[in-house]
Ligand binder design. Structure first.
Ligand SMILES: [Zn+2]
Length: 192
């Protein structure tokens, strides 16, 4: 059954080893931040550094694994119809909108939406790691200059992860204007 994460919100759920998590961009150009924890030991979580180290790439897509801070495989990407994801940038947070957008007042964020949904499982705000940013289009120059461009994902694009251990998953429909081509859309997912 397909579940919907409404625009600028999030979800958390558990999946078992061997199950497939499919994350779908139903309308196109919408980023989804994903964090993973070992369901049986929440101090083990996905690691951008370990993943880029062991996969020898900063662009993680089909056939790559996402690794944990304890150097264990957490998921394998078995299909990725868009093919562009980011693992460099931390989840957008209330501070992101103050510092980078000069926004005044409340603004929804992935960090808040991850924390709010993961808290019942025992995850604190400081426990939330750098997310795997599905469909996020971060470009970088040879000099290392970064830019956040609109996603290249089209309506219906999806990515499939095969769980390598029992997992607690946090997932959002990202709330940052620049990451999503200026408009906010839902994210769909299913577990099979
Ligand atoms: Zn975000």
């Amino acid at each position: 059954m397909i579940q919907e994460i409404k625009k600028q919100s999030g979800s958390a759920f558990t999946i078992k080893k061997g199950q497939i998590l499919t994350v779908i961009d139903p309308k196109g150009q919408q980023v989804s931040d994903m964090v993973l924890f070992n369901k049986n030991d929440l101090n083990e979580k996905l690691s951008a550094g370990k993943t880029m180290d062991f996969e020898e790439s900063i662009l993680i897509t089909t056939s790559n694994f996402i690794w944990s801070n304890r150097s264990n495989k957490m998921v394998k990407i078995i299909e990725d119809t868009n093919g562009r994801n980011d693992f460099l940038l931390a989840p957008c947070s209330p501070e992101t909108f103050k510092i980078m957008y000069n926004h005044k007042g409340y603004h929804p964020s992935c960090l808040e939406n991850l924390h709010k949904n993961l808290e019942p499982y025992g995850i604190s705000l400081d426990d939330v790691p750098t997310a795997f940013n599905i469909f996020m289009n971060v470009q970088f120059s040879e000099q290392g200059k970064l830019s956040v461009d609109p996603p290249t994902s089209k309506p219906g694009d999806y990515i499939k992860f095969e769980a390598q251990m029992d997992l607690l998953v946090g997932l959002t429909a990202c709330s940052a204007e620049d990451s999503n081509g200026g408009s906010f859309k839902p994210i769909h997912y299913k577990v099979s």
